[in-house]
Design a protein around this ligand. Structure first.
Ligand code: IPM
Ligand code: MN
Length: 370
């Protein structure tokens, strides 16, 4: 298979984790005879520093000419004082909008070997395996007006939570389709006791659920969902929710896995050009210190192989390698409790590579797909 992949490392640890994804993809390409061509683009603060814009048109062009996009992370203290249009985050938001990446798929899976590394009791995190389907191109992030206002000497500010029915239908349908391939349960999260947009969301979920008789639908208010995620997280299969609610709940849910450094994501478009990025940010405090956890980025690359290229077996080889590294007690500093045996970013990448090259373990996976 020949594929062109746009790599947008961005800022902070984005660069080092992207290096990890690239190394792993090269290893997979060599082992399974695929040609992956990498095209690099700037985004976020890195792009601001070099071009004055958070999403230069060259970057957008590179993405549009590629078969899939991998993104590291954007943001950092250096650009914190920038005007709203010139913030690194604007680059990512624009890219999501330009590529119409409406569905952000964030799987949250608790690894057996990490159960004691999460702040929760083993009984709570055991069996956690959910997907958060976050709407990504609407809601509070994009509604207009979004501005500062000055009326009669009074300062005020407004953001708008707007959704068209069409946008809501589209994301809820995606969630139902996903649930159909899993445990067949959708939890639609809203704030229908207060917000009109949520009441429309809830009605829409009911309408879509009629098209999926095998899937159970439940509604949950977002404040309760935040609590249930910590109290009884294994009740969830597919959660579908508005952009901002999904942003908050997915960071919260990451704690169940032991670290935000473990969570990959896929952002899907209708046209088929998808983007994959870790859920974590640019972590400026540890950037450049070889301390970051590259696994969320590497697992995002695995999601790309599966969802964009249909390379299910290769995706599983990576996921299986990650699991074996963790089972072996090899952890980066975000996961390790003490300092003994802590791996650097580079060492973690190497460990995953070694597991990928271990033919015995992967042969059975490949045979299953032969
Ligand atoms: C995420 C991030 C972004 C978001 C930021 C960087 C704009 O937190 O992908 O979750 O809020 O969507
Ligand atoms: Mn976030």
């Amino acid at each position: 298979m020949n594929k062109t992949i746009a790599l947008l490392p961005g800022d902070g640890i984005g660069k080092e984790v992207m290096f990890g994804a690239e190394e792993i993809l090269k290893a997979i390409g060599e082992q399974y005879h695929h040609t992956f061509t990498f095209q690099y683009g700037r985004i976020g603060g890195d792009a601001l520093d070099h071009t004055g814009e958070p999403l230069p048109s060259e970057t957008l062009e590179i993405c549009k000419k590629s078969d899939a996009v991998l993104l590291g992370a954007v943001g950092g203290p250096k650009w914190e004082e920038n005007s709203p249009e010139l913030r690194p985050e604007k680059g990512l938001l624009k890219l999501r909008k330009e590529l119409n990446l409406y569905a952000n798929i964030r799987p949250v899976k608790a690894y057996e070997s990490l159960a004691d590394h999460s702040p929760f009791k083993r009984e709570v995190v055991n069996g956690v395996d959910m997907v958060i389907v976050r709407e990504l191109t609407g809601g509070l992030y994009f509604g207009k007006p979004s501005e500062r206002q000055f009326t009669k000497g009074e300062e005020s500010a407004v953001d708008t939570l707007f959704y068209s029915k069409k946008e809501v239908r589209r994301i809820i349908k995606t969630a139902f389709e996903m649930a159909q391939t899993r445990r067949k349960k959708v939890t639609s999260v809203d704030k229908a006791n207060v917000l009109e947009s949520s009441r429309m969301w809830r009605e829409t979920a009911e309408e879509i659920s009629k098209e999926f008789p095998e899937v159970t639908l439940e509604h949950m208010l977002v404040d309760n969902a935040a609590m249930q995620l910590l109290k009884n997280p294994s009740q969830f299969d597919v959660i579908v929710t508005e952009n901002m609610f999904g942003d908050i709940l997915s960071d919260e849910a990451s704690v169940l896995t032991g670290s935000l450094g473990m969570l990959p994501s896929a952002s899907l478009s209708e046209g088929g050009l998808h983007l994959y990025e870790p859920v974590h940010g640019s972590a400026p405090d540890i950037a450049g210190k070889n301390l970051s956890n590259p696994l969320a980025m590497i697992l995002s690359a695995a999601m790309m192989l599966r969802m964009s290229f249909g390379l299910e077996a290769e995706a599983e080889v990576i996921e299986n390698a990650v699991e074996r590294v963790l089972d072996g007690g090899k952890l980066t500093s975000d996961l390790a409790k003490g300092n003994a045996g802590v791996l650097t970013t580079q060492q973690m990448i190497e460990e995953v590579k070694v597991c990928i090259a271990d033919n015995d373990a992967i042969l059975s996976i490949m045979e299953a797909y032969a």
